[in-house]
Write a protein that binds this ligand. Structure first.
Ligand code: ADP
Ligand code: MG
Length: 720
């Protein structure tokens, strides 16, 4: 028995702090376990009562004559600490502390919480909580409702981990309405000892769990979370989908930051990266959590027992409907969920024609017409699901006078049983369709009230299938000049310089394979001309001033200068504009830079976060980067495959492929540079923040060029 088994499938439970007063948590939890039909033995512990809810009470744990697996503790902090010590001394194997008043209220509470964790760790006992709703295992063999929710959910194959106790009760209520069954239901509270990552690992191995739902407020482990959860969602050993709902989606990160990356990233960028890198599917609402979970789950009934989880092998969907309007809604949603309408083979169309009336639409979406009875649905669905061009189906039914809801449901179940392709249903309505809905649910066929929900859930299945079947290309062999970069950084820090502009930044970047442009500083117009002739026309000129961060904003950038006259003039204009922009700006001179060849302007950046480390950014760059905000994030370190996915996931990815007569850009070079950036910030913790904007990517085979960068250095300390 693992220690967490002692919590989720105990043979005996002691409720320490069981109360005789109804309405008190200590009373209700005891009664909930009792009434829930717990299959093990239950012991109330209360020093001043003879019995609780007619069950003989014990004054202390040590006086219970039998061994105890799980200690449920409902006592204020100082007493809880004592109870934990006593429980551990008496061989209790797992602990759940429901009571509040710990870390969340202040220093004193935090100290007691830390002591409790120390006692548990010392004894090798795992603890859930404090400040939580408890745990529930509705499965027949256990039937443990060790929570203060009076509602025991139905047994099922979905497990739910929640950081919010209040949300737990709401989810249980929802679940009851949707006939949703659970395997484990866990409120983690302050997660002082057991956290979501421990539970994800436990549920990964748990044969009764097929889908894991997670409500999260914050994570305290980053890189470790990614590597572990990646295995859970897509490893060789029984991969399981993990769905997350995370509070606080809107980014509060847009403070005045010195870099674009700093302004665009924020903690939302961090979470987005963590979920993407670990293969977690993020949902926006509780409704969606349920919608997706039922698509991912399958029943373990004996007749369906051999079925594997149905994930589509492609994104081509067939729609079968008896009404035009919902069919159109489904079609639209299909497209916006990343799916496509399948094109049927001529044979399929022929079969459809032989079964459907003349007015029926034989192409996708198939309209079986409002007067369709169950046979038309059965024939049409059987035909399309067999088609090689079809990866799955959405069946839409609206109750009309000829509709036989239950028989149609039965026909769908018959086909679903034979086909490995997912079939999702939308039976529109509540009362008239209820018999069919119930039948589908009982047989593990996902069913929704609206076509958009069904289409979105199908989209989630496809997303997961893409994650499972993602490419694994061999890593690049990159050679970096790490020592030179270290020497440069050390030098700057010794001089007390923390802000590096282009001149120094480009040099540092070149150690990691970034192609840079000849760039030199001119103090006056004559020197500028001299440098321009050396570099070769056309040139670019840029203001250098510590007070001017975004040079174009200050009229401080001129491109495409062709001759000495233009250079001379540009020098005057740039310095004059800078003085108008900020009369106090200290002007160090003007950079003369080689003009980059044509390319698409991108941004690459990095910002460091406590606990999580360096967050990499990639997206569409240029001076309008904040306007488009087409950027994506990943936590370093990343390799080639993650870099590839990162690059492909921006909205503007099409600009990088062959586009409107423009050749395809050098995507391999971009992948390499993204990995190089990851290597660079991992090698040098002194790099606190970094922006390359623009990075101009040229056509295939010609690489990419850094035209502008800024780097912020901080002496490395142990906290980062
Ligand atoms: P800042 O970001 O401080 O405003 P940049 O150096 O990024 O200044 O220049 C602004 C824009 O000028 C770039 O987005 C790019 O379009 C163009 N640019 C800058 N340097 C070059 C160069 N060397 N070659 C071609 N275009 C350049
Ligand atoms: Mg720039």
């Amino acid at each position: 028995m693992s220690n967490l088994d002692a919590i989720f499938a105990p043979r005996s439970v002691a409720v320490v702090g069981a109360s005789t007063v109804p309405g008190k948590v200590g009373h209700d939890i005891f009664v909930n376990i009792l009434r829930g039909g717990f299959t093990g033995t239950l012991y109330p512990v209360n020093p001043s009562a003879r019995s609780v809810a007619s069950v003989r009470a014990y004054p202390r744990i040590s006086e219970i004559p039998d061994p105890i697996d799980l200690g449920m503790i409902i006592l204020p902090p100082p007493l809880a600490l004592k109870a934990v010590q006593e429980a551990v001394e008496n061989g209790v194997k797992g602990i759940v502390i429901v009571s509040a008043g710990f870390r969340e209220v202040g220093e004193e509470g935090r100290r007691i919480e830390d002591r409790i964790v120390a006692v548990c760790r010392e004894a090798g006992v795992r603890m859930i909580g404090p400040n939580c709703l408890g745990v529930i295992n509705p499965l027949q063999a256990v039937r443990l409702n060790a929570s203060f929710s009076a509602r025991m959910p139905a047994p099922g194959n979905i497990s739910f981990i929640s950081q919010s106790g209040a949300l737990c009760t709401a989810v249980l209520d929802f679940a009851a309405d949707r006939e949703f069954g659970f395997s484990k239901f866990i409120s983690i509270g302050n997660k002082a000892d057991v956290d979501e990552l421990d539970l994800l690992c436990y549920l990964h191995r748990d044969t009764d769990t097929e889908v894991i739902m997670l409500y999260l407020e914050e994570l305290r482990r980053g890189p470790e979370f990614i590597s572990t959860v990646k295995e859970i969602t897509s490893g060789d050993f029984r991969p399981k989908p993990v769905l997350v709902i995370k509070s606080g989606r809107t980014s509060a990160g847009a403070q005045a930051a010195a870099s674009h990356t700093g302004a665009l990233a924020g903690t939302e960028g961090v979470y987005d990266a963590i979920f993407k890198q670990s293969g977690i599917i993020r949902v926006d609402t509780i409704d969606e959590l349920f919608d997706f979970a039922s698509a991912f789950a399958y029943k373990n009934e004996s007749e369906l027992g051999k079925l594997r989880r149905k994930v589509p092998s492609g994104n081509k969907v067939a729609i079968v409907t008896n009404a035009g309007g919902p069919g159109i809604v489904a079609t639209d949603m299909t497209v916006s969920s990343g799916l496509e309408l399948a094109r049927f083979s001529p044979e399929t169309v022929e079969v459809l024609a032989s079964h459907l009336p003349q007015t029926a639409n034989l192409h996708n979406p198939v309209d079986v017409i409002g007067d369709a009875a169950s046979d038309r649905y059965e024939n049409a669905l059987a035909a399309v699901i067999r088609d090689q061009n079809v990866d799955g189906a959405l069946v839409i039914l609206t109750p009309q006078s000829m509709t036989n809801v239950l028989e149609t449901a039965k026909a769908i179940v018959r086909i679903a049983r034979r086909s490995p392709k997912p079939i999702l249903c939308c039976f529109m309505g509540i009362i008239d369709v209820s018999a069919g809905v119930k039948y589908l649910q009982e047989h593990g066929v996902p069913v929704y009230r609206f076509p958009e929900n069904a289409a979105k859930a199908f989209g989630a299945l496809y997303k997961y299938s893409r994650w499972l079947n993602r490419q694994h290309l061999a890593q690049f062999k990159l050679s970096h000049d790490r020592e030179r970069a270290s020497r440069l950084i050390e030098g700057y820090l010794k001089e007390g310089r923390s802000y590096l502009g282009e001149l120094e930044g480009l040099e540092l970047l070149s150690c990691y394979g970034f192609k840079t442009l000849a760039t030199e500083l001119a103090a006056g117009p004559d020197q500028a001309v001299e440098l321009a002739e050396k570099i070769g026309y056309p040139v670019v000129m840029k203001i250098v001033s510590p007070q001017i961060v975004h040079k174009s904003d200050a009229g401080g950038v001129r491109v495409g200068l062709q001759n000495a006259d233009q250079v001379r003039q540009a020098f005057q204009q740039i310095t004059a504009a800078a003085r108008t922009f900020d009369p106090k700006a200290e002007i160090r001179g003007v950079l003369v830079q080689q003009m980059a060849p044509e390319g698409v302007e991108l941004i690459m950046g990095m910002n460091r976060y406590p606990v999580f480390g360096p967050l990499l950014m990639f997206g569409i760059g240029g001076v309008l980067v904040e306007v488009f905000q087409d950027v994506v994030f990943r936590l370093a370190p990343i390799g080639r495959n993650e870099a590839r996915r990162m690059i492909r996931s921006i909205k503007g990815y099409r600009l990088l492929e062959e586009f409107r007569g423009r050749p395809r850009t050098d995507l391999t070079a971009l992948e390499k540079l993204t990995v190089s950036l990851s290597d660079m910030v991992s090698d040098h913790p002194e790099i606190a923040e970094l922006d390359i904007n623009p990075l101009l990517v040229h056509q295939e085979g010609r690489g990419a060029t850094v035209a502008d960068c800024r780097i912020i250095l901080k002496p490395a300390d142990k906290d980062r």
